[in-house]
Design a protein. Structure first.
Length: 293
């Protein structure tokens, strides 16, 4: 379908929703004979009894608007901190960007937390006030890779491209996942990742030098007014990736002007960076009119 046909299809659908089909010269059966389907797909809930974590975990799934109308397969975006990041504003922004051809259309999966403080770090981190976080990030990532992915890929029409997205402390989890098991995803996006974790600071350079995960994209996003340690540590990670230049690993970093910790546009901007040139590649892949004859 051409971009003009995409645009026409969208306008027709919008007109039907608003009851303005007559203004566009589009015939529509009487309202009694045609029920209007809401343009936004209903959220589906997946509950998984996790052997790795010893508890039931919940994931929320948003399907592309035309999922039920086609047999297409879709890449999957996995959001950590689901109860924060999986919301109508963020998902709406993703759908609009995909409609404009800036990135693929995704199945979006929000991973809800049960005990976030345990899942974020692989080791227990003790803060100055005596409180502790972390300790089971390895088991949590095994749940993601071995149990959640399996459920999603058996239940929905997916393609192999996966994106893993985390924010703040789960931004660290996403970065850690890249070096622990690069097979989890093709693209890793971390917004305001808190990288001042002892195990990461002590192993970062060795992990980058020893990276053999194939073609992977890491995108780091932070705000201009972010936390000082976030600014310095994310910058240092980007610099070390550039200096070492491990085969296959591409690292991009963006500082969003005026933004604070985890800027609101983090995910959309991160995906735009990860899929830069997507619109041109998609257009090049379309058959030319001369090829159709």
């Amino acid at each position: 379908m051409s971009q003009e046909q995409d645009r026409r299809s969208f306008l027709v659908h919008l007109a039907r929703v608003l009851g303005l089909t007559a203004a566009l010269g589009v015939f529509a059966p009487p309202a009694a004979a045609q029920a209007v389907r809401p343009p936004i797909s209903q959220v589906r809930v997946e509950r998984i009894v996790s052997a790795r974590l010893g508890e039931t975990r919940e994931a929320w799934v948003s399907l592309p608007d035309r999922y039920d109308e086609t047999g297409d397969r879709y890449p999957v975006l996995y959001m950590l901190d689901g109860e924060i990041n999986f919301n109508s504003g963020v998902i709406g922004g993703l759908r609009q960007a995909a409609f404009l051809g800036e990135m693929p259309e995704f199945i979006v999966v929000g991973v809800a937390n049960t005990d976030r403080s345990k899942d974020i770090f692989p080791e227990v981190v003790t803060y100055g006030d005596g409180t502790k976080d972390g300790g089971r990030a390895d088991a949590f990532l095994d749940f993601i890779g071995q149990e959640l992915f399996t459920r999603i890929e058996k239940t929905y029409r997916t393609e192999p491209l996966r994106v893993l997205y985390g924010t703040s402390n789960t931004g660290f989890t996403a970065v850690y996942a890249l070096f622990r098991d690069p097979r989890l995803a093709s693209v890793y996006i971390a917004a305001s990742a808190t990288l001042s974790v002892p195990v990461f600071r002590s192993h970062r350079d060795a992990w980058i030098r020893g990276f053999k995960g194939g073609e992977k994209r890491l995108v780091l996003i932070m705000g201009e007014n972010d936390l000082p340690t976030v600014l310095s540590q994310n910058g240092a990670l980007k610099e070390q990736c550039d200096l070492t230049a491990p085969a296959g690993l591409t690292c991009r970093l963006a500082v969003l002007g005026g933004g604070g910790h985890v800027p609101g546009a983090s995910l959309v901007e991160g995906l735009r960076l990860a899929f830069e040139g997507w619109k041109d590649r998609r257009a090049a892949a379309r058959p030319k009119e001369s090829d159709k004859k």
